[in-house]
Design a protein around this ligand. Structure first.
Ligand SMILES: [Fe+2]
Ligand SMILES: [Fe+2]
Length: 207
């Protein structure tokens, strides 16, 4: 893509231009949350270039990842109950739901059915023992986008630039440590992600 040229998506991925999709995401979010999505889009594109993943696909997924973030609890609860999703989800909250359940709203409202995109959106809140590269990219872009500011974010950026898989390990360990320090419950899939990526249970990339 040449510099200063507007990004346009191919119709094969989503039935929208970039401007159309961005407007649809903006409509459902506060401006600050939407700006975060644009930064995650850009960071996803960069990580995709570094890791041999389609930049357009990564950008779209980054832009969409928090599409459902600001919906009501009732919306998510209804979807969990009517779509045959894991009933254990009902014990958790928006932090888990906006990814795992939010993908349903992307299908319903935006008519986007690309499973690579939907799966990466689902996994951005909880991870998984096996995460395709696209899902790893969006998971990390969300964690290290330029406005993120928490102790360790610079190290997370460095680690991720060297190795996407090491970045995933860094984030999941950081998140588990935080949840436990808060005495917060841990969604079982988040724990499974930790066990696989950090605890060495199962098969995940070593580098
Ligand atoms: Fe999110
Ligand atoms: Fe996010």
């Amino acid at each position: 893509m040449k510099q200063n040229q507007p990004i346009e998506f191919t119709e094969a991925l989503v039935p929208y231009t970039h401007a159309e999709l961005a407007a649809k995401v903006a409509e459902k979010l506060t401006d600050s949350r939407f700006q975060h999505c644009l930064r995650v889009e850009q960071t996803s594109r960069k990580l995709a270039a570094l890791n041999g993943v389609d930049q357009e696909l990564a950008g779209i997924t980054g832009l969409l990842h928090d599409y459902a973030k600001q919906r009501s609890d009732e919306t998510f609860i209804k979807l969990i109950k009517t779509r045959g999703l894991d009933p254990a989800l009902l014990n958790y909250g928006n932090g888990v739901w906006h990814g795992v359940v939010g993908a349903e709203l992307i299908k319903d409202e935006l008519r986007i059915y690309n499973e690579d995109i939907l799966n990466a959106v689902r996994l951005h809140t909880v991870g998984a023992p096996y995460m395709p590269k696209l899902a790893q990219i969006v998971f990390m872009a969300d964690f290290i986008e330029p406005k993120r500011d928490f102790p360790g974010v610079d190290e997370a950026r460095l680690v991720t630039r060297k190795s996407l898989a090491d970045g995933v390990r860094y984030q999941i360990q950081h998140t588990l440590t935080y949840l436990i320090s808060q005495g917060a419950p841990v969604y079982p899939q988040t724990l499974a992600t930790y066990n696989a990526w950090v605890g060495g249970v199962g098969t995940v990339p070593t580098k």
